[in-house]
Design a protein around this ligand. Sequence first.
Ligand SMILES: NC(=O)c1ccc[n+]([C@@H]2O[C@H](COP(=O)([O-])OP(=O)(O)OC[C@H]3O[C@@H](n4cnc5c(N)ncnc54)[C@H](OP(=O)(O)O)[C@@H]3O)[C@@H](O)[C@H]2O)c1
Length: 371
Amino acid sequence: MWTGCSGLRSVAAIKPVSCRSMTTATSSKPIRIGVVGATGYTGVELLRLLARHPAANLHVVTSRGEAGTPVATMFPSLRGAVDAVFQAPDEAVLGDCDVVFFATPHGVAHGLAAPLLERGVRIIDLSADFRIRDPELWARWYGQAHGAPQYLDEAVYGLPELNREQIRAARLIAVPGCYPTAVSLAVLPLLEAGLVDPDDVIADAKSGVSGAGRKAQIGGLFAEVQEDFRAYASGGHRHWPEIQQTLSGVAGQSVGLIFQPHLVPMTRGIHATLYLRPHGQADWQACFEKRYHNEPFVDVMPAGSHPQTSSVRGTNLCRIALAQPPHSDRLMVLSVIDNLVKGAAGQAVQNMNLMFGLEETAGLSGLPVFP
Ligand SMILES: NC(=O)c1ccc[n+]([C@@H]2O[C@H](COP(=O)([O-])OP(=O)(O)OC[C@H]3O[C@@H](n4cnc5c(N)ncnc54)[C@H](OP(=O)(O)O)[C@@H]3O)[C@@H](O)[C@H]2O)c1
């Protein structure tokens, strides 16, 4: 069974390390960084981005199973760029960081949030642990009690296009999920401007296989994914309450949302198609262009364009295009991101940049890899 993007409802003593490329090129003191869960896909993507970040000093890189293994042995893609050695996660050494990223399954950040925050460490959590404001709702969708509800009021949902000022002041960031990023950015301007019906939002989304993480599972085997295309989690996906919460906050009312995810046989990428019901005709293109004019990572393409996942691969970009199908009063919005970058590690670094008063684009300026 495919358990992509951790989404199916049914699924359910460290020594500091050095990284020679991570201590250079900034006038201020480098940021001491910990990455918990660095053997996973979002973790290694964080390492790739931080290895070229001008203000990053990778202090601790954790793995429970690979403690003692050099990062570059496990990931030859990082040879010559990352000197770090995996260490077991330990709160005493993580407590020596300025910021700790959690690239771990849900529940892990709950356990370490209190000791780290109490020591003045900022947290950027890529998991869902602090995304949903209601702990009981979280418990229903994630199948376990919320482990740190005392921090929910202060956790900031790290979508910079929505919460930039709160992120700057935050000490605990809940990085949005990959589908929620692609979907939310595709409808934010229209809901804010009151141009579409909030009771009628349909999001049809497709993800590449890396959305499920690096763990072995039968549904992710090459022989079962290639030449295949499938929907999953029709009965409810964990990103539904997250998207619903975000869009409802923007619309000022509970949003009627249908969200259907699919798995496509590609490694990276999310493509979301939104079907919306506008309140009459308006210049929707101008609405998007104005809303995202100053956003470094949102590209509003000419109307009628078809954004491709390959056009954002490896970058923190979201590309969006609008279309109005003939013989229909619906409006379509097409949105693509790289699930591991704008959908996870890149957005996490964007949050770090804001929290530490850096250029928002620092370490994130690479161009997409094509083909
Ligand atoms: N994949 C995506 O596209 C994506 C996008 C957005 C958000 N996310 C979220 O980001 C998080 C990580 O996703 P992923 O895809 O990178 O997962 P992954 O590939 O399965 O990696 C998970 C990592 O967490 C570590 N880990 C597992 N249990 C742990 C524990 N109890 N304590 C400490 N470390 C533990 C594992 O390392 P060791 O076993 O070596 O310790 C591994 O490095 C998840 O919450 C996921 O929902 C993923």
